[in-house]
Design a protein around this ligand. Structure first.
Ligand code: BTN
Length: 333
C-alpha cells in the first residue's frame, strides 16, 4: 500500500485518531505523520486537527474493497470475472492491463484509487484524483476478430448509462461515440483499446472513468471541458464499491449480448439515450470540421450526419454540440 493511502485507510472512518496512534500504526515518527497529513491535504482531503484529540477527515471516505464489490455482484456476473485487483495508485488501470494482456484471462478487472496518467479519448488526460471517482478497466476476449467489434464502444457507453441509472442517475445520455453527459457536462467516459488479435480472436481493454465526487476536495479540477459528477446529480454520497459492482454487472451482460446479437440488439436503446439526435453538431475529424444535423447511427455504429439534405456516415471524430437556443455555444465534451 502506498504511504499516503495507508494513512487515508486509517482516517477513512471519519473519527479522531491521535498522532501517537497514527505514528504507531504506520511505524513512523510524529514528524512523519504530519508530513503525510500535509500530503493528504495537498491531494484535496479536508483534515481537522484538534489539539488533544488528534486528526480526522471532515467526511468519512469509503475506499474500494474487493470483498465489498464481490458481495454486491450477482452470481451470474461473478462467474464471468476472472479476478478483481485494486491498486492504490498507478499510471492507468487500462495501461496496466494492456501491459499484461498476453497472460491475463478474459474478465480481469483492474481498479485504482488514483491514476497518475489517466488517459482519455483522443489523447486527452483523464483527471484522476484520489478516492473521489471510479477508474475501472476490464480485459475481455472475443472469439471473433476486431472487424466484428464495430459498435463495441457504443454499447459499453449504454452499459455505463444503465449502471448510472441503477445508482440513481437516470437522466444522463450518450454523445456519440461514448461520452456520457448530463446537462451537457461530462459525467463519464469510455476508452476502448484493442490489445491484440490472433486466429480470428481479439482482446480488448475497456476503460471506464465515472466522476463521482469531483468537487469534494479542495483541489481545483483541471478539466478543460464542462464536467459534472454523481454527487451533483443525486445530492448525496454514493458507494463507489456498489457503483463498481453495478458497472461490472451491466458491462458483462452487455458484452455477452453484443457477442451473440451484435449492435442491432442495442439500436433502440441507443436512440432513446442519443443526446445528438436531430441536433445541429460539429464533427471534428481527421480532415477538419464538418457541420450538420445528427441523425442517429447506422447498423455499424457510424454517426449519420445530414448536410444539405444528404446523409453521410462518419466512423471517427469528436463532436461539439451547438445549443439550439442561441446557435453559438459549443460544448466540446
Ligand atoms: C474519455 O476521454 O471520455 C475516456 C475516459 C476514460 C477514462 C478511464 S479511467 C479508467 C481507464 N484508465 C485510463 O487511463 N483511462 C480509462
Amino acid at each position: 500500500m502506498s504511504q499516503g493511502l495507508a494513512l487515508l485507510r486509517i482516517l477513512a472512518d471519519g473519527r479522531f485518531h491521535s498522532g501517537e496512534q497514527l505514528g504507531a500504526c504506520l511505524d513512523i515518527s510524529r514528524a512523519g505523520v504530519w508530513k503525510r497529513l500535509r500530503a493528504l491535504k495537498a491531494r484535496g482531503f479536508d483534515i481537522h486537527s484538534v489539539r488533544g484529540r488528534g486528526h480526522r477527515l471532515a467526511q468519512p471516505v469509503e475506499l474500494l474493497a474487493v470483498d465489498r464489490i464481490r458481495a454486491a455482484l450477482p452470481e451470474s456476473t461473478r462467474t464471468r470475472l476472472a479476478s478483481i485487483e485494486i491498486h492504490d495508485e498507478l499510471d492507468s488501470t487500462s495501461s496496466t492491463l494492456l501491459e499484461r494482456a498476453a497472460t491475463l484471462p478474459s474478465g480481469t478487472v483492474c481498479l485504482a484509487e488514483a491514476q497518475r496518467r489517466g488517459r482519455g479519448r483522443q489523447g486527452r488526460v483523464w483527471h484522476s484524483p484520489c478516492a473521489r471517482n471510479l477508474y475501472l478497466s476490464l480485459l475481455w476476449r472475443f472469439p471473433r476478430g476486431p472487424e466484428a467489434l464495430g459498435g463495441l464502444s457504443l454499447v459499453v457507453g449504454l452499459a455505463v448509462l444503465q449502471a448510472l441509472a441503477d445508482i440513481g442517475v437516470g437522466d444522463a445520455g450518450i454523445k456519440w461515440p461514448n461520452d456520457i453527459l448530463r446537462d451537457d457536462a461530462k459525467l463519464a467516459g469510455v476508452l476502448i483499446e484493442l490489445s491484440g488479435e490472433s486466429g480470428g480472436a481479439s482482446c480488448v481493454v475497456i476503460g471506464i472513468g465515472i466522476n463521482v465526487d469531483m468537487a469534494g476536495g479542495a483541489e481545483p479540477v483541471p478539466v478543460d471541458q464542462p464536467w459534472t459528477d454523481i454527487v451533483t446529480a443525486t445530492g448525496s454520497a454514493v458507494s463507489r464499491n456498489l457503483l463498481a459492482a453495478l458497472v461490472l454487472q451491466r458491462l458483462t451482460t452487455t458484452l455477452d449480448r453484443f457477442q451473440s446479437d451484435g449492435l442491432a440488439a442495442f439500436l433502440e436503446a441507443w436512440r432513446a439515450r442519443d443526446l445528438l439526435l436531430d441536433r445541429q453538431v460539429v464533427l471534428h475529424g481527421a480532415r477538419g470540421k464538418v457541420s450538420g444535423i445528427a441523425r442517429g447511427i447506422d447498423s455499424d455504429g457510424a454517426l449519420l450526419l445530414e448536410q444539405e439534405g444528404l446523409i453521410q456516415r462518419h466512423h471517427a471524430g469528436d463532436i461539439s454540440l451547438r445549443a439550439a437556443s442561441d446557435g453559438r455555444r459549443e460544448v466540446a465534451a
